[in-house]
Design a protein around this ligand. Structure first.
Ligand SMILES: NC(=O)c1ccc[n+]([C@@H]2O[C@H](COP(=O)([O-])OP(=O)(O)OC[C@H]3O[C@@H](n4cnc5c(N)ncnc54)[C@H](OP(=O)(O)O)[C@@H]3O)[C@@H](O)[C@H]2O)c1
Length: 265
């Protein structure tokens, strides 16, 4: 039986966090490393070297390694996973955080843009989850009661529940992420893999720069958030650590909103 302290430790675990060069992914990677995990931090156009360097400089026991891959390519997930395996040997925890958003009228969205958003936000999530589950399952069944053999945490969105405006591909992809989370949770629970999602509310990152800069939208958003402020990336770290750690071994197929109260309003 774990002590309350062990419940949130990730010693001897390897965690892969996609989209970790900045924003939510960097904050999640930092929290998992502080809990003892070796972290593979993935970047795309912006390399995740700075995130890795900051984590390694923060603690002599910390280990972070940077990787690069374009997940808009159908081969990007496989390339990334193979490189992480070659360098770190295994993946115990997968955080599917990388995501992209393209704003346009539904009548104007090109097929190319639609497919790019779906590939990055949904298809690559499935591809990486499949690769991670195969890797975890290959190491054998989980131990006795309450133990876990692996964790997958998908970063969903409030648009997993709501429709949004002028972001049809993003909404479709994040709705898909929520449903995929449940489908994979059902199949892999007997294998000891917990699959959950986090639906962040409005967080101040590069992803939401346009909204923050739009005075009217910014005011409307703040008026609706009971907490009265945008989330900071660090506000997501506790939920990500919980869903990556033994504390959540009996939690699977859930979508946890971290939104300052938005969805309850
Ligand atoms: N911020 C919010 O309010 C909010 C709310 C709900 C959900 N989310 C979700 O949270 C996740 C993280 O977003 P964020 O807010 O932290 O924004 P961010 O700082 O822009 O992070 C998005 C990450 O995804 C990566 N990415 C984008 N296209 C990619 C591609 N083709 N291949 C590989 N990686 C790619 C980006 O890398 P490059 O920039 O190098 O391409 C970046 O590291 C996303 O899934 C987003 O949808 C955010």
């Amino acid at each position: 039986m774990s002590t309350s302290l062990d419940l949130f430790r990730l010693d001897n675990k390897v965690a892969l966090i996609t989209g970790a060069a900045s924003g939510l992914g960097a904050a999640i990677a930092t929290a998992l490393a502080q809990a003892g995990a070796t972290v593979a931090v993935h970047g795309n156009r912006r390399p995740a070297d700075d995130t890795a360097a900051a984590i390694n400089a923060s603690d002599s026991n910390a280990k972070a390694v940077a990787f690069q891959s374009d997940l808009s390519s159908t081969t990007g997930a496989e390339k990334l996973f193979a490189e992480v395996k070659a360098k770190l040997g295994r993946v115990d925890i997968l955080i599917n955080n990388a995501g992209t958003i393209l704003r346009n009228e539904a009548t104007e969205v090109s097929l190319e843009d639609w497919q790019q958003v779906l590939q990055v936000n949904l298809t690559s999530v499935f591809q990486l989850s499949q690769l991670a589950a195969r890797d975890i399952i290959s190491r054998g069944a989980p131990g006795p009661e309450g133990q876990s053999s692996g964790k997958i945490v998908n970063i969903a969105s409030l648009l997993s529940f709501q429709g949004g405006i002028r972001v049809p591909a993003y909404t479709a992809s994040k709705g898909g992420v929520a449903q995929l989370t449940k489908a994979l949770a059902n199949e892999w629970a007997p294998k000891g893999i917990q699959v959950n999602a986090i639906a962040p509310g409005y967080f101040a990152t590069t992803n939401t720069e346009a909204l923050q800069a739009d005075e009217t939208r910014n005011r409307q958003i703040l008026e609706r958030i009971p907490a009265g402020r945008w989330g900071a990336p660090e506000d997501l770290a506790g939920a990500a650590l919980y869903l990556s750690s033994p504390a959540s071994n009996y939690v699977t197929g859930t979508i946890l909103t971290v939104d300052g109260g938005w969805m309850g309003r």
